[in-house]
Design a protein around this ligand. Structure first.
Ligand code: 3AM
Length: 186
């Protein structure tokens, strides 16, 4: 079987937003239910734009070429985090996330990347795009006290580039290694 990498396209938080999200995680860790959550390490914080799944090594350059072609024509834009919420639904949460403020440019970017992925031969994404930074994942599927959302006000940051990340399970836990950055705009 040819070598395949588990890839996804994402936005990395800028240093200030990363600090803000990490600080928030520190506060959430004090909650009574915090032990039921596997918290995301600061270095791993990201917003997934398009999960690509297992991609054969020889297919990566085709995908990254497609991404490069579109990102030059997309202007940088700003995003912030406005709400901490159970995800995907309060009744059946499997994660706690920082949701981004409504942002048409973000949805347009995700939609363009979806077209790139499908043009490269990947299966269409069936889940709706719900932009967020995952802060922690529930260890048990039904955790009480996690059903409320809380207002938050982090950022905004300027999204000036996106990144292709390689997701690997290592002895230190999951690591995300940048394979290529794609600047937005000319
Ligand atoms: O950015 P978050 O943590 O929300 O849940 C996975 C993670 O999302 C998601 O891709 C991100 C990087 O691993 N993911 C994993 N499998 C997926 C799939 N089959 C998926 N997203 C869509 N389809």
């Amino acid at each position: 079987m040819p070598e395949a990498l588990r890839l996804f396209l994402a936005i990395e938080p800028d240093p200030e937003l990363r600090r803000g999200l990490s600080h928030l995680i520190g506060e959430l860790k004090r909650e009574s239910w915090a032990a039921h959550v596997r918290w995301v390490r600061s270095a791993n914080l990201h917003l997934t734009l398009r999960f690509l799944g297992d991609v054969a090594a020889e297919d990566i350059s085709g995908i990254s070429g497609g991404v490069r072609t579109v990102t030059g024509g997309i202007e940088p834009f700003r995003i912030g985090v406005h709400r901490i919420a159970p995800f995907p639904t309060p009744r059946r949460p499997h994660a706690i996330v920082g949701e981004t403020t409504p942002c048409p440019q973000l949805f347009a970017l995700a939609s363009t990347l979806e077209q790139v992925a499908v043009s490269a031969g990947l299966a269409p994404e069936r889940r709706p795009f719900s932009p967020h930074f995952t802060l922690g994942r529930l260890i048990k599927s039904r955790t009480p006290h996690l059903n409320e959302s809380a207002k938050s006000n982090l950022g905004p940051m300027t999204v000036g580039r996106i990144v292709l990340l390689n997701s690997e399970q290592t002895e230190r836990g999951r690591t995300y290694t940048p394979l290529e950055y794609f600047p937005l705009g000319k």
